[in-house]
Structures are given as structure tokens and as C-alpha cells.
Write a protein that binds this ligand. Structure first.
Ligand code: ADE
Length: 418
């Protein structure tokens, strides 16, 4: 078996943590039990490029239970949990190529090693795997049935590929399922981002001015949890609708150029490029903390910060201090990489349960519909989304009402008014 992980002796700890996460993943467990019986993925090879976490470990076990052969690589150089990577190799016999802190060259080598499995299905988080396949390994494209994409950033890249007419197979946008973005993006990013900032800095959040840049589902979650911890939250947005929503949700909204002067902690959640730039660093208070929780490390213009700095030192794990020429100090967390996975453990298992249930069921759907779906970006079938919600409620022991026949009829009629 091929693999490249940090240290196999970490495997036992990884197994314990994966089992702990599994306690919070009842929906995925039910799917795993069914996959075990029905083997819907027998003979299917999957290359997966995901954050290598305990939750991902449970997804990999599920796909394997379904009969799939898997190669897993990291979707970010800093998000790998090395003990989990070791556990998947040692106890599950899954090929894993991921080491926390790997450099860019190793990151791409690992993607190539995962693609060496000659996948029928690609499973991506950020679209790097699909990009390598479409640029450097095009000869493999004909054997691919389809793919899945986990995150907002990846779906945006895929839609750009589709627009240019270069995407060569169907890809299901997991992010667009309600049971994904309403929970994972909002509650997962919200909690894990604040958790990571606190683990990295041990700062008191109460009373601080936290600037949340971007008010999509992730930004909404971060703002909500920062407020819950007692922060005064300022939101920066470019979209007038989202800005208005932030105002009505009770936050202060202003351009980053103004927020830069007053903020204590800055969190980028935009999915966009160079959102915090030199002009903003120039205005920040000494001691300002800057971090990113969007997918790629491009949201903060780190080269500009490096250029402004006269000294840089690491003062705690995941905390780099940049001293500027005028003596001010700015602290960058997690090298500008997504902080919730760099300095904490990513989204809690209870939300990944739903995201990864969508992943497992979407892979099964792709295999069932082999050759029938046009190339391009597809939504998660609504039956899958509804099924995940139903199973999650069932696992939580929550019962809900059903429509009476009279109500069903009313909802399908138009005659009756005032
Ligand atoms: N993305 C965010 N949190 C995650 C987690 N815990 N596992 C896998 N991918 C994630």
C-alpha cells in the first residue's frame, strides 16, 4: 500500500479521536451500515482531496465500507491531523498522502499521488484536485464518472470552468445542499473559527472589536459566535443585500478602511483575493490580530505585510508577530491559512455528519447515474438533502408534524383566497 504520512506511531491516538468524532456522526454511521450490506461502490476508485481530519476519517471508512478503493490527500497544507492520517493507513488500509505543514511542492506531489489511483470519482474541497486533473493529467479524464465538491470556493472555481467550457465531467456541488451550508458553513465555521483564535492567542474576546469581513454563511456564523462571546462585531461587505442583512442582524457595518482603525481582531471570510492590504495595515492599531477563515491563504496580502515589517518572529504556535517601521506590531495567525483547521480541529463532527452524509450519498448517486449526467456543476438532488435532514432529526430524537390531506390539497390549489 502506498502512503506518505508523518508518523505511523500516532495511529492509536488518531483511532481514538476518530471514534470520538463518530459518536457525533449518526447519519454517516447509518449510511455506513447500509453501505456495508449493499456495497454500492464495489470496484469504484475514489481520489479524495479533503482536510484530513477525524470527520474525514469517518467519511473514508464509509466509502470503504461501500466497497470503494480510496486515495486521500490534503486539501490544505496546514489542516492535516497527523494522528488521523496514520490511523487511516494503519487501521483502515487507506492510502493517505498528507503531512501537516507540508510545503507547496509536497502538497502538489500528494495530489498527484492520489490521482495515481486512476479515479472513477474525484472528491474535492477547493477544486485543486480537479484542476490538476484538467491541466496536467488530462489523459485520465475519460475514465472519470463524476466528482463532488465540498466548499464554496471550489464551487465558484468549478462554475468558472463550466463557463469556459473546460469542465469535462459532472460534479455535484455539496456546498449548495441546505443540510451543508446552513449548518457546516454557519455553525461549523462560526464555532471552530472562534475556537481557533482562542486556542492560538488565549485572548479574552469579550469587549473586543471583532471585524468580520464577508457576510456569507460562514461570515454570519463567525459574527454570531463572536457576539455570543461578548465582542463588539463590525461587519464589512461589498454586497448591499448582505450588508443590509448584517445591519438588521444588529451589527455595525462600515468599509474596511474605517474598521481598520478601530478593530482588535480581523477575520476574513470572503473567498476573495487581497481583502486586507497594505492600506489597511497602515491604519491598524498596534496589537491588532489578523486571521483568515476562508478557503485559501490569499485573503490577507501577506507579501505586503512582510514588506512593511522590519522584524518578524513567531511568539506562540500559529502566532507571527510583525513589527512595522513605526514600532506597531501586527499579529498574523496561522500564516493566513484557514485558521479553524490550522489552529483548531475544524468544524465539529455533528455538522460534518450532514456534509459528509451528502458526500457519501452523492457519490452513490453518481455511480448509479454513470453516463447519464451532463458535464457541469450539479446540485445535490433534493431527495438526498431531505433524507439527510430527516435522518439527522431522527438521530436527535426530534419528531415533526406532517401536513393533513386537507393542507396538502390547499397548498396545491389557487381558487381559495380571502
Ligand atoms: N472543513 C471544515 N471543518 C472540517 C472538518 N472537521 N473535517 C473536514 N473538513 C472540514
Amino acid at each position: 500500500m502506498r502512503y506518505d504520512v508523518k508518523d505511523l506511531s500516532l495511529a492509536e491516538q488518531g483511532l481514538l479521536r476518530m471514534e470520538w468524532a463518530d459518536n457525533e456522526m449518526p447519519v454517516l454511521r447509518l449510511i455506513r451500515e447500509r453501505f456495508e450490506r449493499e456495497k454500492p461502490l464495489q470496484g469504484v476508485r475514489i481520489a479524495a482531496c479533503l482536510h484530513v481530519t477525524t470527520e474525514t476519517g469517518n467519511l473514508m471508512r464509509t466509502l470503504k465500507a461501500g466497497g470503494a478503493e480510496i486515495a486521500l490527500c490534503a486539501s490544505n497544507p496546514l489542516s492535516t491531523q497527523d494522528d488521523l492520517a496514520a490511523a487511516l493507513v494503519k487501521y483502515e488500509g487507506i492510502s493517505v498522502f498528507a503531512i501537516k505543514g507540508e510545503d507547496k511542492e509536497t502538497y502538489y506531489r500528494h495530489i498527484h499521488q492520489a490521482l495515481d489511483i486512476q479515479p472513477h470519482i474525484t472528491m474535492d474541497d477547493g477544486c485543486d484536485l480537479v484542476t490538476v486533473l484538467h491541466t496536467e493529467r488530462r489523459e485520465q479524464l475519460p475514465q472519470v464518472i463524476g466528482g463532488t465538491e465540498e466548499t464554496t470556493t471550489g464551487v465558484i472555481r468549478l462554475r468558472a470552468m463550466q463557463q469556459e467550457g473546460v469542465l469535462q465531467y459532472p460534479v455535484i456541488a455539496i456546498n449548495d445542499a441546505y443540510t451543508k451550508h446552513l449548518f457546516d458553513n454557519r455553525y461549523g465555521t462560526g464555532q471552530s473559527t472562534m475556537d481557533a483564535i482562542m486556542r492560538a492567542t488565549n485572548l479574552l474576546i469579550a469587549g473586543r472589536k471583532v471585524v468580520v469581513i464577508g457576510y456569507g454563511w460562514c461570515g454570519r456564523g463567525v459574527a454570531m459566535r463572536a457576539r455570543g462571546l461578548g465582542a463588539h462585531v463590525i461587519v464589512c461587505e461589498v454586497d448591499p443585500l448582505k450588508a443590509l442583512e448584517a445591519i438588521m442582524d444588529g451589527y455595525e457595518v462600515m468599509p474596511l478602511a474605517h474598521a481598520a482603525k478601530v478593530g482588535d481582531i480581523f477575520i476574513t471570510v470572503t473567498g476573495n483575493y487581497h481583502v486586507i492590504r497594505a492600506e489597511h495595515f497602515h491604519r491598524m492599531k498596534s496589537g491588532a490580530i489578523v486571521c483568515n477563515t476562508g478557503h485559501f491563504n490569499v485573503e490577507i496580502d501577506i507579501p505586503a505585510l512582510e514588506q512593511l515589517a522590519t522584524r518578524k518572529r513567531t511568539v506562540r504556535p500559529f502566532v507571527d508577530e510583525y513589527q512595522l517601521a513605526d514600532g506597531r506590531r501586527i499579529y498574523l495567525l496561522g500564516e493566513g491559512r484557514l485558521i479553524n483547521l490550522a489552529a483548531a480541529e475544524g468544524h465539529p463532527a455533528a455538522v460534518m455528519d450532514m456534509s459528509f452524509a451528502n458526500q457519501a450519498l452523492s457519490v452513490e448517486y453518481l455511480v448509479h447515474h454513470k453516463g447519464q449526467l451532463p458535464r457541469g456543476v450539479h446540485s445535490v438532488p433534493t431527495e438526498i438533502d431531505a433524507q439527510v435532514a430527516r435522518l439527522k432529526l431522527q438521530a436527535l430524537g426530534v419528531e415533526i408534524d406532517t401536513l393533513t390531506p386537507e393542507q396538502e390539497k390547499y397548498l396545491h390549489s389557487w381558487q381559495e383566497g380571502t
